[in-house]
Write a protein that binds this ligand. Structure first.
Ligand SMILES: [Zn+2]
Length: 225
């Protein structure tokens, strides 16, 4: 039976790691989860990976009978990434692009972010696939927390329009299902369909509901990647 905690060796000086491992061992802990927020250390520059520090932590913990679950670090895109690719930053309902300084700041539909996520995850998987002490993986961290499920950027709008077209096939069907005759919301072209941005009041509730469904699908797609 496993009894575990999350552990962030990168937050502590190396001379402390052995003390932590000893204390965890004495407490009966035999599993830690690590690295899910460590992208900046694992890939300090694009395409340049540094796993030595994590190898050392995993091996040290292993000597104390503690195995590891690794988290993919995609909940925390690092500063270099957000500076180089500002288009991956999520946009809020009032059409403000979030700035660097928190976590989960990414647009889950962004093709660029999906490519960069796949790169770091593949590099980690290739490095640790056969490591005896690594017994499992966590994908990302807390999908949706900090209200990060829904992104209101223009590329999400285009993907939402394609999603709606696949769902309803014709604009007549969409207009009927959404009741768009109300307040002259009738759409004559797919690219007229907005996201439920700040409207000065409420959005059409059918559009809002479908946007939530679309956003859920985007997260599920990202997780599958
Ligand atoms: Zn977006």
């Amino acid at each position: 039976m496993y009894y575990g905690v999350d552990y962030y060796p990168e937050h502590w000086p190396r001379e402390r790691w052995n003390v932590d491992a000893q204390l965890m061992q004495e407490a009966g802990i035999n599993l830690v989860r690590m690295a899910e927020f460590a992208w900046a250390l694992l890939e300090p520059q694009e395409g340049h990976y540094e796993f030595d520090w994590l190898d050392e932590a995993i091996d040290l913990l292993g000597q104390h009978g503690i195995v590891t679950i690794l988290g993919t670090p995609t909940a925390t895109p690092p500063a270099w990434l957000c500076t180089t690719y500002p288009e991956i930053m999520r946009v809020t309902r009032d059409r403000q692009r979030v700035t660097f300084g928190m976590r989960r700041q990414y647009c889950p539909g962004s093709e660029t972010y999906r490519r960069l996520s796949a790169q770091i995850v593949r590099a980690m998987a290739e490095h640790y696939a056969h490591h005896q002490q690594v017994i499992g993986w966590q994908l990302d961290n807390e999908f949706g927390c900090h209200d990060s499920t829904r992104c209101y950027c223009e590329s999400c709008q285009q993907r939402f329009q394609r999603w709606a077209e696949e769902r309803y096939k014709t604009l007549d069907a969409l207009n009927q299902a959404w009741g768009t005759v109300f307040w002259s919301h009738v759409y004559n072209a797919w690219d007229e369909i907005p996201l439920p941005w700040s409207t000065g009041g409420v959005a059409n509730p059918c559009l809002e509901l479908d946007f939530w469904r679309f956003s859920s699908d985007q997260i599920a797609e990202y997780q599958a990647l």
